[in-house]
Design a protein around this ligand. Structure first.
Ligand code: CIZ
Ligand code: SF4
Length: 319
């Protein structure tokens, strides 16, 4: 539509004028991902977004994603202005892990190394020894396990359970979940597999154990896109936010991609496999953020200093 085109042109002009770069998550709208690509920004998972933003020479980072991604960018680059299309975009994992309750939980288990998923507030990160994303979580836990450490893991119980099963590490789990991935149903995937027996199943580990149990490949968004390329299959059933189809289809233009069903009867639910908070990022509020300097992210200095340590451990970790 003409309105979208006007926004796209305005965003391109303002990015240039303000020495700004657009950093977008795989789960945002296609139009935003496309714009990030066209303007020298990046489309990535949360780990790569953090790396890209921290290294880029722009003085303003525009982060299209959810709140914790903007906060992470600000923690890593306090000298940069960090804008988001909306500050209302949260995450059920972040909401389900309030800092005061989490801190009390940690106090009850002083013998455990505290490892938190990136999908948490700055205050929760400030209480952690390590921050991890799904792409390096298994490697970090294996590293800690080899040192004989016992783990306190938060907030995603499905991802925690997956890592625990895979590594055998001693992990105490916080009871949180992603409202998007939790909706995928094993029965629906089995029904789809019955229709397309030669399809491979790709699953993000925020999904429940019965769904992970059906996976040919389990991994983070970037790992799933890589797997889509490497697998010999020409049909792929994908259990993660459908925003990923933009980059995945680009990576495998000749393959047929199916959204994993979110209902037990095998019917796909069009709004279920898409994060409502990621969906709050749109061309109009993105243009507005640059136009008015709205949606600027600030992180308290003391909190920032504390949250930086476990984040730097994550960025410096090489397995
Ligand atoms: O589900 C999310 O929010 C993910 C996959 C974040 C990330 O690590 O990119
Ligand atoms: Fe959070 Fe799930 Fe949305 Fe990712 S998809 S931001 S984990 S609610």
């Amino acid at each position: 539509p003409a309105e979208d085109e006007a926004h796209v042109n305005e965003i391109k002009r303002l990015l240039h004028e303000q020495n700004a770069v657009l950093v977008a998550h795989y789960y945002t709208d296609d139009a935003i991902q496309q714009l990030a690509e066209e303007t020298g920004g990046c489309v990535a998972d949360s780990l790569e977004m953090a790396r890209f933003g921290a290294r880029h020479e722009a003085s303003t980072l525009v982060v299209a994603g959810v709140r914790f991604m903007g906060e992470t960018a600000k923690i890593l680059s306090p000298e940069k202005r960090v804008l988001m299309p909306t500050l209302e975009a949260t995450c059920s994992l972040d909401v389900g892990c309030p800092a005061d309750e989490f801190s009390a939980f940690c106090d009850q288990h002083p013998d455990r190394t505290v490892v938190v998923y990136a999908n948490t507030s700055a205050a929760v990160k400030a209480r952690a020894d390590w921050v991890v994303t799904s792409s390096i979580a298994v490697d970090v836990i294996e590293h800690l396990q080899a040192r004989g450490e016992k783990i306190l893991w938060a907030p995603d119980k499905h991802l925690g359970n997956y890592i625990q099963q895979k590594t055998g590490a001693d992990m105490l789990l916080w009871d949180g979940a992603c409202i998007v991935h939790e909706e995928f149903k094993a029965k629906g995937i089995e029904d789809l597999k019955a229709l397309y027996p030669d399809a491979a199943v790709l699953v993000h580990p925020e999904s429940p154990a019965p769904v992970v149990g059906l996976a040919d490949v389990t991994g983070s968004t970037s790992q799933l896109i890589k797997a889509a390329k490497e697998l010999p299959h020409d049909k792929l059933i994908v259990a993660t936010d459908r925003g990923i189809f933009f980059k995945m289809q680009q990576a495998v233009p000749d393959k047929l991609l199916f959204e994993a069903p979110t209902a037990g009867n095998g019917a796909t639910c069009k709004s279920c496999a898409h994060c409502p908070w990621m969906a709050m990022n749109a061309l109009d509020n993105l243009a507005g953020a640059l136009r008015y300097g709205s949606g600027e992210v600030f992180v308290d200095t003391e909190l920032r200093t504390k949250a930086l340590k476990p984040l730097e451990r994550m960025l410096n970790f090489h397995s």
